[in-house]
Ligand binder design. Structure first.
Ligand code: HEM
Length: 560
């Protein structure tokens, strides 16, 4: 292409390339200016960043990696946050800080620091720092887990612990738990000779128990109908944990939250919609049933489902708490999603450790033989005598705590911990994963040794009194579902291990690497029929006692 000289009418020999070079020549000063401006801006922003992060309190803040201007340590975050935070503790000590975007985070990695936070200054650190996805997923933080420390949280927790999960209520719904666990045993029996997905089994059992104690067993059948084999509901629960646990730019740069750059908020809204579509009809049905009953005769001492308790409390105006349907659904999120994901993941980890340690599995089975007997089936009354199984579960929760960083805390005022200042509003991670694997705290910490929990000299329970062992947290915000979690873990595992022998193919071991999300998961599902089933994953299962299974079937016929 040629350009005509307008004055002479002669075509000069200037090609497009020479025109470009003229343009470039003309732009050169501008380019230099731009570069100078860019350099100046970077220098200015860096100085500003250092100024902002090096204010007076900085010298009293814990040490830690500085990261980059503006974004801090964010670009260096890896998917398994608890691994990385544990590695950093080896470099910076038991207390250190990180800037994640504009958010100051402090990580605590030792029992003595844990004590300062959950014992000595618990009222300051009982506040939460929920991620935006968690707030959206709990109808604006109306649940127990993410609501701020204060009277609303206290009232909701009281309802949950005293009214819903009281010993009396848990005893009253034992038959529902038994019914669901037996169904699972029957289900495993149909799979003998085929690979078994223990996660799926545990999920269906736990979810059905939870749904039946909330809504009654009739609704279990309804939800089972909702998705052909429960997988859709399982996906919802799993996805929920992943979405809440995903690092979200909106949490680290609140001014960007409205743009939802990663689409996490949108994802959570869609999940909540799905959750609503399951819960709403069930709640309406219960309300209708309650009003029909009220018109008839209400039986005295009638066994109540949790939803019934909540709906009745909603109508009582004089109990000091104003419940409404949204708050009720927020509580149900904690039970249905929070409680299920943690429990089934723990069942999977226990089974993985036992498959890798067959001699320990055999000790568990010996104990079951002794306590339950081979011509019998496991009942909840046997559970307090299964000390070795209890130690196996405790050891599993030491190595694989379901929430390795607990739920992050946010001090309601500035506080001193380990001699350092933790300013109000900091995100505080209590790194239980690091404490549970610290060689200064535990002997041979990476070895699976349930025996360490059998010694009477050390008292390790789930109450969070011993700061070396905190799988359920500690202090005011300790897990509110421990009584149900403990019963379910023991009951499901005792039943699976009493009725069947579980074995990996010769020479194989279960991959114990961890996946990503709020709840610490195995990266490979155990014998998942939907994943590529390799020989490695194909866990063979064999009945331990035919009489036992015969009896199960007789009782199953009777119960169902
Ligand atoms: C193996 C099973 C479970 C494990 C390992 C577990 C662990 C935890 C942990 C570590 C926390 C946070 C504690 C803290 O930040 O200090 C928590 C909170 C909570 N858990 Fe669990 N949990 C389990 C099962 C359950 C179940 C079955 C339920 C309900 C029925 C439940 C309900 C809750 C609630 C409501 C909270 C929030 C407590 C609060 O903020 O006041 N959990 N859980």
């Amino acid at each position: 292409m040629k350009f005509k000289n307008l004055r002479t009418g002669v075509l000069p020999d200037i090609s497009i390339r020479s025109a470009e070079s003229v343009f470039i020549l003309n732009m050169e000063p501008l380019k230099e200016l731009f570069l100078a401006a860019l350099t100046l801006s970077i220098v200015f922003l860096t100085i500003l960043w250092y100024k902002l992060t090096s204010h007076k309190e900085e010298s009293r803040l814990p040490p830690g990696p500085r990261g980059l201007p503006i974004v801090g340590f964010l670009p260096f975050l890896r998917t398994n946050l608890h691994h990385q935070l544990t590695e950093l503790s080896q470099q910076y000590g038991p207390i250190y800080k990180l800037w994640l975007g504009s958010k100051l985070c402090v990580v605590l990695n030792s029992p003595s620091l844990a004590k300062e936070v959950v014992r000595d200054q618990d009222s300051i650190f009982a506040n939460r720092d929920p991620p935006i996805a968690g707030l959206v997923g709990t109808y604006g933080g109306l649940d127990i887990g993410f609501s701020p420390y204060g009277s609303y949280w206290r009232d909701m927790r009281k309802v949950f612990v005293r009214e819903m999960l009281s010993n009396k209520n848990l005893e009253a719904c034992y038959s529902l738990r038994r019914h669901e666990v037996r169904k699972t045993i029957r289900n495993v029996h149909t799979k003998i000779g085929n690979p078994v997905d223990i996660g799926e089994l545990a999920f269906v059992t736990e979810m059905n128990v939870v749904i039946s104690i909330i809504f009654g067993s009739k609704f279990v059948e309804e939800t089972e109908k909702l998705s052909t084999d429960g997988t859709e509901f399982r996906e919802l629960v799993m996805k929920y944990g992943q979405v809440v646990g995903k690092p979200n730019i909106s949490d680290f740069f609140p001014m960007l939250a409205r743009f939802d750059l990663q689409g996490i908020l949108k994802e959570m809204e869609a999940l909540l919609k799905l959750f609503d579509s399951i819960l709403d009809p069930a709640i309406s049905e219960c309300m209708k049933m309650l009003s029909d009953r009220r018109e008839g005769e209400i039986q005295r001492n009638e066994k109540k489902h949790l939803i019934q308790i909540l709906l009745e409390l909603m109508e009582q105006k004089d109990i000091g708490i104003s419940l409404d349907l949204v708050k009720i659904k927020a509580i149900l999120v904690d039970i249905v999603i929070g409680g299920t994901d943690t429990t089934i993941t723990t069942v999977e980890w226990v089974m993985s450790e036992l498959l890798n340690n067959p001699e320990i599995m055999s000790k568990v089975q010996q104990e079951l033989k002794h306590v339950v007997g081979m011509n019998n089936i496991v009942e909840e009354s046997h559970l307090p005598n299964l000390h070795y199984l209890d130690a196996v579960i405790k050891e599993t929760l030491r190595l694989h705590p379901a929430l390795p960083l607990l739920l992050p805390k946010r001090p309601s005022q500035s506080a001193i911990v380990g001699g350092y200042t933790i300013p109000e509003g900091t995100k505080v991670f209590l790194n239980v994963y690091a404490i549970h694997r610290d060689p200064q705290v535990w002997e041979s910490p990476l070895e699976f040794q349930p025996e360490r929990f059998l010694s009477h000299s050390t008292n390790f329970d789930y109450a969070g009194n011993n700061m070396k062992y905190l799988p359920f947290g500690s202090g005011r915000r300790i897990c509110a579902g421990i009584p149900l979690a403990e019963k379910m873990l023991m009951f499901i595992l005792a039943s699976l291990l009493h009725s069947f022998d579980w074995k990996l193919p010769e020479g194989e071991i279960v991959d114990l690497s961890e996946g990503f999300g709020l709840v610490l998961k195995k990266s490979e599902a155990l014998g998942h029929p939907y994943s590529q089933v390799t020989e490695f994953q194909a866990i063979s299962v064999k009945p331990r006692n035919y009489k036992d299974l015969d009896m199960i079937f007789i009782i199953s016929e009777y119960v169902f």
